[in-house]
Design a protein around this ligand. Sequence first.
Ligand SMILES: [Zn+2]
Length: 81
Amino acid sequence: MISYTLICPKDHEFSQQFDSYDDCQAKLKTGTMKCPTCGSQKLVKGLSAPSVGGQSQTPQPMQPQCPSASTCGASGCGLKG
Ligand SMILES: [Zn+2]
């Protein structure tokens, strides 16, 4: 079980338990849940969702590369030497 915070258009927040993230998405999509305060079914998932194995991708630093490396040798190439 996993618990997510849901928010209705009137900013009512409440937490709901789901089997999984997919379960949450499916129920949001089909509108099977409603806000316990105002009854709105237009719910969105709040930001306070638990972090599940965040994927951190470190961007590779740009390597200067001669645009014509295969035929490089021209005296005008600024990347040479
Ligand atoms: Zn509401």
